[in-house]
Design a protein around this ligand. Structure first.
Ligand SMILES: Cc1cc2nc3c(=O)[nH]c(=O)nc-3n(C[C@H](O)[C@H](O)[C@H](O)COP(=O)(O)OP(=O)(O)OC[C@H]3O[C@@H](n4cnc5c(N)ncnc54)[C@H](O)[C@@H]3O)c2cc1C
Length: 415
């Protein structure tokens, strides 16, 4: 009998979790089942730590875990390829390097930044949604401070020393937190008085930042940021961006050469193009088993899927990625085991179990709201480190937790 081919497309939080769940279920049936994970990169990227790379807290190696390491000794074949198209009728993925047949497919290709068609964002703003984005931001900021130190024209110098992060969600605030710590050192190295000359702005369209947190930790975050000199612009929807800065709905014009856009996410263009039933904002609709309504053997997980739970869209966060991946993997396991005449447990419909949010504001401060409890400062930061270490231990064992500890605590850069 031919082997059953399961393909997991995308090795992010969702894809890795799905592949590991499938391995566990089929490790005793390697003669009957084959699992392939396809990703365009050779590494699993810790997206939740990208702001630390952008803000020069850690090197890029600390957010990259090679797939070889994650799946060493496991029945998961890892293939590096970029998939451009999927023929769902023929059950074939079409990549840049090859084509891949599947019997069961799990798609976890993540998300990308949404520009909401605001003029100039795509052309002039920086994004923070990939390792390349993070490195680009880091290089640009270094260059801006260097250039400013040589600039005699006060207006141009002020523009170069105005750093704006658009978006007051966790991505935006975490990046601002890194800049709070990095910019003073970088300025000092270049002979610039940070307090007198630099503007660090967090620009948010709504009336509050960190809207997913309760009032208490949110207020603490605002207080901390303001104490560190951050200008928080609220109710300031950006309406246009150009090479010299941006304009808000109220007509405020901010001159800057550095606008980092973290205002929203959508499904990837790749995912949006697939001939499957649409959800919203580039995400594809799924049922409660994470199955596409169009093909029973196609599942979507993580940031790219669209599912309403109690009338609310499942959010684009790590816990949702892992939990949707588990639901999808359980569905695949059930189908294949049933086909093979093995004992199989019917999958349970998706039910989220989210624990809350932890937001670091640099390496020395954080706020969190988990399991109904709000924390701030050292305790919230320690909790975030523990959760990250736990994740890395789950992905690649005790060595993973150790390498996190080394990068984040022992080898921390002196910014
Ligand atoms: C700076 C930042 C901070 C964040 N902080 C938090 C946080 O504190 N807490 C939280 O819960 N969430 C946070 N998030 C969100 C979180 O990272 C996402 O929800 C999570 O990454 C979603 O996982 P995923 O597996 O769906 O997608 P991803 O992790 O994005 O993985 C998608 C994978 O698919 C691959 N891929 C995509 N297209 C193709 C293709 N065509 N062919 C082959 N491979 C492809 C990619 O290479 C990637 O490996 C943060 C995100 C960012 C950017």
């Amino acid at each position: 009998m031919d082997k059953k081919h399961i393909v997991v497309l995308g090795g992010g939080y969702a894809g890795v979790h799905a592949a590991k769940t499938l391995h566990k279920a089929f490790k005793k049936h390697q003669d009957k089942v084959e699992i392939t994970l396809i990703d365009k990169n050779r590494h699993h990227i810790l997206m939740t730590e990208l702001h630390e790379v952008a803000g020069n807290r850690v090197g890029e190696e600390s957010v990259m875990i090679s797939f070889d390491r994650i799946f060493s000794g496991k029945m998961v074949n890892v293939v590096q390829d970029t998939i451009n198209d999927i023929d769902f009728k023929e059950q074939v993925l079409k990549g840049e390097r090859s084509t891949y047949h599947y019997d069961q497919l799990i798609i976890g290709t993540g998300a990308q930044t949404a520009d909401f068609n605001i003029p100039g964002v795509k052309e002039h703003a920086f994004y923070l949604w990939s390792l390349d984005d993070a490195l680009r931001i880091r290089c640009h900021i270094e260059q801006m401070v260097k250039d400013a130190s040589r600039e005699a024209d006060p207006e141009k110098r002020a523009q170069m020393l105005t750093f704006v992060v658009a978006g007051g969600g966790f991505t935006g605030v975490e990046l601002v937190g890194e800049l709070i710590e990095w910019l003073p050192t970088l300025c000092k190295q270049n002979g610039i008085d940070f307090k007198k000359e630099v503007r660090l702005i967090n620009c948010e369209a709504l009336g509050n930042i960190l809207n997913m947190l309760p009032e208490k930790p949110r207020d603490k975050a605002v207080k901390y940021m303001e104490k560190k000199g951050v200008e928080i612009m609220l109710n300031s929807l950006i309406t246009s961006v150009d090479t010299d800065g941006f304009t808000t709905r109220h007509g405020d014009v901010i001159k800057t050469k550095t606008l980092v856009w973290t205002c929203g996410v959508r499904g990837t263009e790749f995912c949006e193009r697939l001939p499957l039933t649409d959800g919203k904002i580039g995400r594809k609709a799924v049922n409660e088993y994470m199955q596409s309504p169009d093909y029973q053997n196609v599942y979507l997980v993580g940031d790219g899927m669209w599912f309403l739970e109690n009338n609310r869209a499942v959010p684009q966060i790590v816990e949702a990625a892992e939990q949707t991946a588990k639901t999808a993997a359980d569905g695949v396991i059930y189908t294949i085991k049933s086909d093979l005449g093995l004992k199989a447990e019917h999958p349970k419909p998706f039910k989220s179990n989210f624990h809350g949010f932890m937001v670091s504001i640099g390496g020395r401060y954080a706020v969190s709201h988990t399991a109904g409890m709000s924390l701030s400062g050292f305790f919230a930061q320690a909790l975030k480190h523990m959760v990250n270490m736990y994740y890395q231990a789950g992905v690649c064992g005790i060595n993973g937790a150790w390498s996190y500890f080394k990068h984040e605590i022992l080898e921390i850069k002196h910014r």
